[in-house]
Ligand binder design. Structure first.
Ligand SMILES: [Zn+2]
Ligand SMILES: [Zn+2]
Length: 183
């Protein structure tokens, strides 16, 4: 995604509109694959101050990923504004700044960064997603299985076993009953 700077360079202080489309590579978001659909649409304006370029505008990107709970496909979109400053390499002291090549700026990296900034940390297909059964792996949104009953049953049994062993009142109860026998 390249922006031509020649008009802005000739007329410092004046804003020049641009509209570009391009592809953004898939993003690995903490292990989740974010597949950015093509094209990503970017509209904005560029202005030369005499020493740097201000590039601001709006980007629209649609993407596909998986629900964190049931792994079904999730389609989402990012629609956000950006406002960045580009400083020519010769006066560029900041390592983090985006670079300029000749009379053009390639905004692809900046657009990718802005998409990443606006992605939620976790995607789910719906707020009510029930996820997968931890036992048999079936999608609990579409299917029911009997595993959950078994899990609940065995956890109740475990709880009962723990209570018998560790409940301090069980010991007290034993002491009192001993006293009763002695009395
Ligand atoms: Zn889901
Ligand atoms: Zn199951």
């Amino acid at each position: 995604m390249i922006i031509d700077l020649s008009s802005a360079l000739k007329h410092p202080g004046q804003s020049f509109a641009f509209s570009v489309e391009g592809n953004i590579a898939d993003i690995d978001l903490y292990g989740d694959l974010i597949q950015i659909q093509s094209p990503v649409k970017v509209e904005g304006s560029v202005m030369y101050t005499g020493s740097s370029f201000f590039v601001k505008g709006n980007l629209k990107a649609e993407y596909k990923t998986k629900c964190a709970l049931c792994y079904e496909n999730v389609h989402e979109a990012v629609n956000c504004d950006f406002d960045e400053e580009y400083i020519p390499a010769e006066s560029n002291e900041s390592v983090d700044a985006y670079s300029i090549t000749g009379n053009t700026i390639d905004i692809t990296g900046m657009i990718e960064d802005n998409i990443c900034l606006h992605l939620p940390l976790k995607h789910t297909c719906s707020d009510a997603c029930k996820g997968l059964c931890p036992e048999c792996g079936c999608n609990l949104n579409n299917e029911t299985c009997s595993c959950q009953k078994k899990v609940e049953q065995s956890s109740l049994e475990n709880e009962a076993a723990v209570n018998n062993k560790e409940n301090p009142f069980a010991v007290l109860k034993g002491m009192f009953s001993d006293d009763d026998e002695e009395a």
